[in-house]
Write a protein that binds this ligand. Structure first.
Ligand code: FES
Ligand code: FES
Length: 239
């Protein structure tokens, strides 16, 4: 039977097997994954934001989280709040809408676009920054929650002509392909290396499990972090 062009996409959709998207390739050894872990939801609607903030940032300011700033609740256009943050050692004072994500604040208010945004759901880790030294998903936090806090982004690490050891190691060991995940990976590994300057491969792999890379297969990222440890020990001969 002839099919109209209008029917075709629908039929193709029906024929297509349903794909369940998992959390990306896991770096945790199989035996460590034997016990089922609760999965984070992959897709969330905008109005789930507060739940998301609570889930990923349990220490978040409860008062701010529970206040309803919507136009419907307040009867007026959404107000702005003043925040003071230190980003890469520089103090910023800005008025922002309470709904503004920290990732958007960093990229659009401060202009530091090295922090990438991938899933905006807390899954991929592309938006990872250090908040008071702790790796934090900037897409899962409101800018107002960062008031009074210290933020470090990938721009704090080094410059093209003066890479820090971790960046140099990624460059030497080809720890990236498209590079989209790289800022998040660098900040996640910065946190690890500050905590533990001599991590073994297994420790690196376990921590990398927090972030997703769609390109590298992770092995060269692990090699890069191992190389960064060597560079930090002063073993600087180019490989
Ligand atoms: S953009 Fe994916 S976790 Fe933030
Ligand atoms: S290098 Fe492309 S996503 Fe990691």
């Amino acid at each position: 039977m002839a099919r109209s062009p209008v029917d075709l996409p629908r039929m193709q959709d029906q024929a297509r097997p349903r794909v369940t998207v998992a959390h990306g390739p896991s770096l945790v050894p199989l035996d460590a994954e034997a016990a089922p872990k609760p999965r984070k939801p992959l897709l969330m609607r905008q109005y789930d934001l507060i739940d998301r903030v609570k889930q990923y940032n349990p220490a978040a300011n409860e008062d701010l989280l529970n206040r309803d700033f919507s136009e419907q609740a307040t009867g007026k256009a959404m107000d702005t709040l003043q925040i003071n943050v230190t980003v890469n050692g520089r103090a910023y004072q800005r008025r922002v809408e309470p709904r503004l994500l920290l990732s958007d604040f960093i990229r659009h208010e401060i202009g530091l676009t090295g922090t990438h945004v991938g899933c905006e759901s807390g899954v991929c880790g592309a938006c990872t920054v250090l908040l008071d030294g702790l790796a934090t998903r900037a897409c899962c936090m409101l800018a107002v929650q960062a008031d009074g806090r210290r933020i470090e982004t990938v721009e704090s690490l080094g410059r093209a002509n003066n890479l820090n050891p971790l960046q140099r190691a990624f460059w030497e060991m080809h720890g990236l392909q498209c590079g989209y995940c790289t800022p998040g990976m660098l900040m996640l590994m910065t946190e690890l290396l500050r905590e533990n300057p001599h991590p073994d491969r297994e420790t690196i792999r376990l921590r990398l499990n927090d972030n997703i890379c769609r390109c590298t297969g992770y092995e060269d990222i692990v090699n890069s972090v191992v190389r960064a440890v060597e560079l930090m020990r002063g073993e600087t001969a180019v490989r």
